[in-house]
Design a protein around this ligand. Structure first.
Ligand code: CDP
Ligand code: CDP
Length: 199
């Protein structure tokens, strides 16, 4: 069975949480594509190497680094993510994952628009910037105003870049999680997937 669930949206909207739950519920593989860009950004910064070279030489160890979820890694990711050659270097891996036998859930920014435009299910998960920044602040702590500024800066960079900007695919179902619990958001996503599952 080829069955792809594409889950896109801005920072801390709940994409990862929903994706893991959907994958678990329907027995699908899951790929957090943001982790690829985070690993490229962190590797390039740590080694002083060119981001394109870092993307072309990405290893499982790079993806297992403990520092990928920091605010700095998020900023580094969104800076290397504007480089078309970096996106190109990560493309085949994501496309192959999306069409693997048994089905897959991928979450990111451009899954429904660029990586897998033929995905059977496309969800665009959003929430207000304030709600998203508060969620991220609960995870990372520190200065709440700085976390909000970081989320806004990243959204701006992701939405205005020329190559694969963050935007809903034409046929994506939008889920605004601003006032939803995790359970409600997961249930809304699972209902969309269940309605389109073959058989
Ligand atoms: O993957 P993405 O950055 O879009 O978001 P996430 O990592 O899944 O979620 C960010 C944080 O918000 C996590 O700590 C979730 O537990 C939390 N969350 C929430 O409080 N309410 C929701 N409806 C969804 C996520
Ligand atoms: O979890 P959160 O939403 O905060 O970020 P992420 O999904 O880990 O993505 C980190 C950064 O990688 C994003 O801000 C984008 O700049 C970039 N990214 C991208 O360009 N395309 C993707 N498919 C996934 C992430």
């Amino acid at each position: 069975m080829q069955f792809t669930v594409a889950i896109d949206g801005p920072a801390a909207a709940g994409k990862g949480t929903i994706s893991r739950a959907v994958a678990d519920r329907f027995g699908l593989a899951h790929l957090d594509t943001g982790a690829l860009y985070r690993a490229v950004g962190v590797k390039a910064a740590a080694t002083g190497s060119d981001p394109v070279a870092a993307a072309l030489s990405l290893t499982p160890e790079d993806l297992a680094r403990a520092d990928l979820r920091t605010l700095e890694a998020g900023q580094a990711a969104s800076k290397v993510a504007v480089i078309p050659e970096v996106r190109q270097a990560l493309l085949d891996y994501q496309r192959d994952f999306a069409r693997r036998a048994g089905g897959a859930v991928l979450d990111g920014r451009d899954i429904g628009t660029v990586i897998c435009p033929e995905a059977e299910v496309k969800l665009f998960v959003t929430a207000s910037a304030e709600v998203r920044a508060h969620r991220r602040w609960l995870e990372v702590g520190g200065d709440a105003a700085q976390v909000l500024a970081e989320v806004r800066a990243r959204d701006e960079r992701d939405m205005t870049r020329a190559d694969a900007p963050l935007k809903p695919a034409a046929n994506a179902v939008q889920i605004d999680t601003s006032t939803m619990s995790i359970e409600e958001a997961v249930a809304a996503a699972c209902a969309e997937v269940a309605a389109r599952l073959p058989g």
